[in-house]
Structure formats: C-alpha cells, structure tokens
Ligand binder design. Structure first.
Ligand code: F6P
Ligand code: MN
Length: 314
C-alpha cells in the first residue's frame, strides 16, 4: 500500500471517536516528537553550526526536547493544559498562566528523552507521554486519572505508539512527513522468551535473584539496552518481561511513576499485558509526589505473574 493511501494519526483518532481536545493534544505532542527526532539527527551528524531554534546556546538534547514540548503546547491557542510535569523540571508548570478562560481538561507528564545517555552510541531512545484527566497529583490511582499514553521511539525509523483507552496502535513517521498507521490493536504475547533485568545483581533482593535465576534456567534471552522505552517496546512486540526492581539500598528502584511507569503500564494493560511493583498493580498506585519511583515488572501476563509469586515469597 502506498503511503498516501494509509490512515494518518489524525484520521485514526477521529475514527476512534477520541474526545476532540484529547485528539488535538495528542496531535500537538506528536508534532513535538517530529521536531525532537529532527534535533536528534542533527546532533548525531554534528550539525551544530546553526543554533537550534529554541535557545541562544546549544541546549543538551534532553533539555531541548523538554523545551520543544513546552513551547509547542504554549503556542496552542485553542485549549489549555492543566498541569505540565517533566523529568527535566522540579515542579509542575503552568503552560498557559494568563489564559484562565482556556479549557484545561488535561494534564501531561513527560519523560522528554528516555535513555538519553545512549545518544552518543546511536542507540534507540524515546519520549514518553502520560495524559491525565485531572491534576497530576490528584489523590486518585493512575487507573482513574490516566486517559491516554504515548511513546515515540527515535530508532532506525521514528515510530509512535499510543493508547487512548481503545486499544494500542502504532504509527510510523513516513517520508512525506505524516504519522501513518503501521499496526492496529497490538496485543502482547501471553508469554515470551525475553527478559530485561535492570539494576546490578549485587544490589538485588533474594526474591528478585530467584526470579531472574528461574528465567535464566528456562532459557530466556537477555535484551537490555538501557532505554526503558526501547526495552519495553521489545517486550510488547515479542513478549517477555522488563524489570527494574527494588534494590537493597534503593527500595523504590529507579524509574519514575508518573513520567515512565504509569504511562507504559496503561499501554501494556490495553495490549493485554500486566505491570506490577511485585505487590501492587502499577496503575493502582496513588502518586503522592512528582518524582515518586517504584520497582517495576512489566510485560507479558505469564512472566509478570511469575514475578509476583517470587516477590511475594510464594
Ligand atoms: O530513565 C531512566 C533510564 O535511563 C531508563 O530509560 C533505563 O531503563 C534505565 O534508566 C537504565 O538504568 P541503568 O543504567 O541503571 O541500567
Ligand atoms: Mn527515562
């Protein structure tokens, strides 16, 4: 099928009857991702002669990605964003401070450049977006506050995966400059053959060590790149489990609940998989602070359920 015959993201969102403001918000964020992809390529080519459009000085790519997302949201004149939270910011930001009259239905939490330390080795990195219905810290569990999640991967191709609660769908950024549909209603295999073990073995708990030993004995193959978004995507496509567990000196692990874990947990559940911290479902956790972290076991149902058994000492 020719690219021009394929469904583009905007049409897909409208066919799925996604709320009008949410559609515009997703489109706005997807556009930011296009600019981020462009800046990453420019930086990899060493093309730093022309300063990027967003600052007098050359910004680090993760700060630049954050700036692009914020600027594009602030240029939006038809709807407002309630809270904006980012890994690059300590506090929640008001994007439209002097436009109280704009409808402010949604909040956004973003990891602007997940895995950014991999840029220099030309490995795949990404952006993660969580779209929340109320305030970001709402007193509600993620399950009752997240309305959509999306991630973009800057790899051999730039791809976008989103869910607005009506399945998980993947788009590819085509040569004509459109997000065109690649796969619809993605379902994660019930069981896989891959595992991605975060953290150092010497820092793992005994329960976690036993779980990983079990996978190794069963012949699971390791796939760990150092970018959560890419390793998660590998599990979504092939089946298996990504883990960043509680560590002896860091019982909450490393990854952030609002910007990384709940958005991808939303997507994995929509795809028929699971995400837990070992004891509790990731989407059942009530976020209390912006930089809250949690251990994570995410992927196919079979492996996540097995992890739960080990972590619970069963
Ligand atoms: O965002 C944090 C992150 O870079 C993830 O993308 C990745 O999964 C993890 O940290 C890698 O951590 P480590 O270097 O400890 O393996
Ligand atoms: Mn990250």
């Amino acid at each position: 099928m020719e690219y021009y015959e394929r469904t583009v993201l905007r049409t897909h969102l409208s066919n799925k009857n996604i709320d009008h403001d949410l559609r515009r918000l997703i489109s706005n964020l997807s556009k930011s991702a296009q600019y981020i992809a462009f800046e990453i390529k420019k930086s990899l080519r060493g093309d730093t002669e022309n300063q990027n459009t967003y600052g007098e000085i050359q910004l680090k790519l993760d700060v630049l990605a954050d700036t692009i997302i914020k600027k594009r949201l602030s240029l939006e004149t038809s709807f407002g964003v309630k809270d904006f939270a980012s890994e690059e910011q300590e506090n929640i930001i008001n994007i439209h401070p002097d436009k109280e009259e704009m409808s402010k239905k949604y909040s956004i939490a973003v990891d602007p450049l997940d895995g950014s330390s991999l840029i220099k080795s030309n490995l795949t990195i990404g952006t993660i977006f969580g779209i929340y219905s109320g305030s970001i810290i709402s007193g509600k569990p993620g399950r009752d506050n997240l309305v959509a999640a999306m991630y973009v991967m800057y790899g051999p191709e730039t791809t976008l995966v989103y869910s607005a609660g009506k399945g998980v769908h993947e788009f590819i950024f085509d040569p004509a400059g459109n997000w065109t549909l690649k796969s619809e209603n993605i379902i994660i295999p019930e069981k896989g053959k891959l595992f991605a073990p975060g953290g150092l073995r010497k820092d793992w708990t005994d329960e976690h060590k036993k779980f990983i030993n079990d996978l190794e004995e069963q012949g699971y193959k390791i796939r760990y790149s150092g970018a959560f978004v890419s390793d998660f995507n590998a599990m979504l496509k092939n089946g298996g489990i990504f883990t960043y567990p509680a560590l002896i000196n860091k019982p909450q692990g490393k990854l952030r609940l609002l910007m990384e874990l709940q958005p991808l947990a939303f997507i994995v559940e929509q795809a028929g998989g699971m995400a837990t911290n070992g004891l509790e479902n990731i989407l059942d956790i009530i976020p209390k602070k912006l930089d809250q972290r949690s251990p994570i076991y995410i992927g196919s149902k079979h492996e996540v359920q097995l992890a739960k058994k080990y972590i619970n000492g069963e």
